[in-house]
Ligand binder design. Structure first.
Ligand code: F3S
Length: 386
């Protein structure tokens, strides 16, 4: 891989051990994937934040790094709400470790905005055609597919290394040739709301890491596209998809010849369940202002009878105090900086109901909690039942 003189110097340790390690990681990735050079990035989104997932080894690794990130960098959700962690049922011991992780990232100049939806917080974090290094799978999918920015599925260390150097290796989804669709997915029936998450749940299992091209009968909103991509990234490894007439790069490429059809019945089957939940959780990916408004409307003047969580980013919560107040008046709790999957707090429940295909896929494996998927309205109906 070609390196500039400046990059060679970093590799030789002239800027210290942290930057040397960081560029070594980028060069190793570049060599594995046959990159020709490093390219500048606009922003980084760094996974590996929850103490539940990285443990003491991860904390030690981050704490040992000395330096500052070179581009705007944001964190993935942590294992708890950084303010209301007691309300979540998080232990003192976990909270102490989680705060140390956050402190270590802060020392590196990373913004302490723990969210998988950075595009809903900062207007300029990624635009069409920008190269970025993001590592949360739903954020990657949204950036590539809906924004038209360019990122690979970075691991936590890869994204942090890219953030420190301000560059990433030029391979994979940074290149035009890897962004063309591989398989056409025709979808029967009109979809709305969580149907897109259910569709993603099915489609991801079928296509794995290919690039699907959807032909839909309905026009998804940005939140619905987000649900579709998040679910496909969880049930498969989809980092980029196109939707005919909707996403920005869909008309750049020829429609693939390989085609499959997903029937309405397959989508309805994802909602099948035979139990009732003791936790109902929204906000996977983190709730947008639109989702908060919708939940507030559905909960106005009502009292929930079950534990209800709404997960969002702190920025969205802080900017929308009235919506948060309306939701919390019903007894539902709005948590930030974390989510129902990466926080150990959800592990005390037996069965979680979600309106997200991604959470539906991850909750049984990562939280060891049974999961039911339902539409947003059904979730609220269940929350109001005795
Ligand atoms: Fe975000 Fe957590 Fe879901 S990180 S996409 S809310 S699993």
């Amino acid at each position: 891989m070609y390196l500039t003189k400046e990059e060679e110097k970093i590799l030789n340790g002239e800027r210290g051990a942290t930057y040397q390690k960081a560029i070594e990681i980028l060069v190793a990735l570049g060599d594995i994937y046959d990159a020709d050079r490093l390219i500048s990035i606009k922003s980084a989104q760094i996974a590996g934040v929850s103490y539940k997932t990285i443990g003491d080894a991860g904390l030690e690794w981050i704490s040992d790094l000395k330096g500052k990130v070179a581009v705007p960098s944001i964190l993935n959700p942590a294992g708890m709400d950084l303010e209301c962690w007691r309300e979540m049922g998080i232990s003192e011991e976990f909270a102490k470790k989680q705060k140390e992780i956050i402190k270590a990232y802060k020392a590196l100049g990373v913004k302490i905005e723990c969210s998988c939806t950075p595009y809903n917080i900062y207007d300029n974090i990624a635009s069409f055609g920008d190269h970025i290094a993001w590592s949360e799978s739903s954020a990657i999918s949204y950036a590539n597919s809906v924004i038209g920015a360019r990122t690979n599925r970075e691991g936590g260390p890869g994204a942090l290394s890219a953030a420190l150097i301000g560059k990433t290796a030029n391979y994979g989804f940074h290149l035009d040739e890897n962004r063309k669709p591989d398989v056409l997915i025709k979808v029967e029936g009109e979809l709305r709301d969580s149907d897109y998450g259910a569709l993603g749940y099915i489609a991801g299992e079928i296509v794995g890491d290919k690039v699907p091209f959807f032909r839909l009968k309905s026009k998804p909103s940005k939140d619905e596209l987000r649900s579709l991509g998040a679910a496909m990234a969880a049930s498969g490894a989809v980092a980029l998809y196109h939707v005919e007439g909707v996403t920005p790069e869909a008309d750049r490429y020829e429609t693939p010849r390989d085609a499959i059809t997903i029937e309405e019945k397959q989508i309805k089957d994802v909602y099948k369940s035979d139990t009732s939940p003791d936790l109902i959780a929204f906000g996977c990916p983190h709730s947008s202002v639109d989702e908060l408004s919708r939940l507030a409307r559905l909960l106005d003047g009502k009292k929930v009878k079950k534990e209800v969580w709404v997960c969002t980013s702190r920025a969205i919560k802080d900017r929308n105090p009235e919506l948060v107040k309306r939701i919390e008046k019903s007894g539902a709790k709005v948590f930030c900086d974390t989510c129902m999957v990466v926080s150990p707090a959800s592990e005390r429940f037996k069965c979680m109901m979600v309106n997200s295909g991604k959470a539906h896929k991850y909750v049984p494996n990562l939280c060891k909690v049974k999961s039911i998927m339902a539409t947003t309205e059904k979730c609220i109906e269940e929350a109001l039942k005795d």
